[in-house]
Write a protein that binds this ligand. Structure first.
Ligand SMILES: Cc1ncc(COP(=O)(O)O)c(C=O)c1O
Length: 451
């Protein structure tokens, strides 16, 4: 057993000899991918909150929470109790994630099903007046289905708009919308007619990429000009959707300039173009609001949720969903009774334990700590940014970033990269101040190893 109130990271050696054995066994047969070859979690060993034990009995503090897919850290008691109760029924993976199956004679809340999760998603999107949810299994499928829904609802020329730095998934439709790294798209066929615009970055102080001087000498955004009735190059009615991340994830934890971000939504509304907020990484309470776009006071027509939800979903307004049977359906044999119930319970825990408030409060403390470390290391840390518990610090170059990630792990702190030279910090949503102090002490110590 581990006591979350007192446990601290403790490392003998990273990678230890057992981790090396696991990694060489794994890599003999598995495709190269994005896994971390220095860290192997021992699933049977003690773990609680952000703390886990690796296969060499090192105690590691995980401050990336599987890139937000474990929003309540390890072994949350309510979640493990739910998995135990629902385990042992076969098949646990059945038909589709959106299918109907029940426990007993009528739907009560003791054992949540996909029907309950659809309902819960409508409850936590009531601020957008959404009325339909469609459950799938992975983030990329949520994006695929969101754009499919828009294509079929609009029945127009099928342009899609995305943004530089975007990441929306790895299947062929979703990857067509990616603009963060060449590895995601090169030589793969793509959905046609996807156009990208600069993402209005908060760190680009005057938004020089977003605004330009228009024909009459006025300041105009690149998106407004392209869609303008008098001097634009694309007719807005030819556009099926705009898709945007309210805080870019894989692209580097980029926070948008609020006014410019709002302008994207205003333009969409003005031209009646459906706008999808991809909340797969930023949503589900990570930024202190259920959905990160709420930080900017905007209302999308559809959101994509995933990761922290344990399954994934496209949720939106009824008029975007098909009227005919069979136009969409989630992937067969991917309905996962346990993940769906855990997703439902995760939302309930965030509500009951007021974890949106915790994300705001602890996020502020975390960023203050990062800013203090930046002040002591201005030659190495070039930026600190984030909202709530979706935070990051940017390093002056990628080589130094690699060193910091390794030095931190050697001291028992697991972090993850994003963008080209950024490190993301995503502790569990119930993170405690003591854990943030441990994080900042380890990071500060690791920074000393940089020249
Ligand atoms: C913003 C965003 N959209 C979509 C995806 C794709 O989700 P998945 O990996 O579950 O397919 C991700 C995953 O990192 C993401 O961060």
């Amino acid at each position: 057993m581990m006591d979350r109130e007192t446990i601290e990271p403790k490392v003998k050696k990273i990678p230890g000899s057992n981790a090396k054995k696991w990694v060489s066994y794994h890599m003999k047969y598995a495709s190269l991918s994005t896994y971390n070859p220095y860290f192997v979690w021992d699933r049977k060993a003690p773990a609680i909150g952000p703390f886990l034990t690796d296969v060499d009995s090192n105690i590691i503090m995980d401050f990336c929470s599987h890139v937000g897919s474990a929003p309540l850290g390890y072994n949350n008691p309510a979640l493990t109790a739910m998995s135990r109760e629902l385990g042992g029924i076969d098949p646990d993976r059945y038909a589709g994630a959106d299918f109907i199956s029940g426990y007993g004679h009528k739907p009560d809340l003791s054992l949540p099903t996909p029907s309950h999760l659809h309902h819960k998603l409508i409850e936590i999107t009531k601020q957008f007046r959404f009325d339909q949810a469609f459950l799938v299994s992975t983030g990329t499928e949520a994006v695929e289905n969101a754009i499919k829904l828009c294509y079929q609802a609009r029945k127009n020329y099928g342009y899609g708009i995305c943004f530089d730095g975007a990441f929306h998934g790895r299947t062929l439709g979703a990857l067509s919308l990616n603009r963060s790294k060449w590895q995601h798209r090169a030589f793969y066929p793509q959905v046609p007619k996807v156009i990208s615009f600069p993402y209005p970055l908060i760190k680009d102080k005057n938004n020089n990429q977003w605004y330009k001087t228009g024909r009459k000498g006025e300041k105009i955004s690149v998106l407004a000009e392209t869609l303008s009735k008098d001097c634009g190059t694309i007719k807005p009615e030819e556009i099926s959707y705009i898709i945007i991340e309210p805080v870019q994830g894989e692209g580097g934890y980029n926070v948008p300039t609020p006014d410019a971000f709002r302008e994207v939504f205003d333009i969409a509304q003005q031209h009646d173009i459906p706008i999808i907020s991809d909340e797969i990484q930023a949503g589900m309470g990570r930024t202190g609001k259920w959905w990160a776009c709420e930080n900017f006071g905007v209302k999308p027509d559809m959101i994509c949720a995933g990761k922290a939800l344990r399954v994934a979903a496209a949720v939106g307004k009824k008029d975007l969903f098909p009227k005919e049977d069979g136009r969409v359906s989630s992937t067969w044999a991917e309905g996962n009774a346990i993940s769906t119930a855990v997703g439902y319970k995760t939302i309930e825990i965030i509500q009951k334990e007021r974890l949106l408030d915790n994300a705001i409060k602890m996020g502020k403390i975390l960023r203050e700590k990062l800013e203090e470390i930046q002040q002591k290391n201005p030659q190495h840390i070039t930026d600190v940014r984030g909202i709530g518990l979706m935070d990051a610090f940017e390093i002056s170059d990628a080589k130094k970033r690699k060193k910091i990630l390794y030095e931190s792990l050697k001291r028992g702190l697991l972090l993850a990269p994003c963008g080209h030279k950024t490190i993301r910090v995503l502790p569990p949503l119930d993170v405690k101040e003591r854990e943030i102090n441990l994080f900042s002490n380890i990071l500060e110590d690791s920074m000393k190893k940089l020249k």
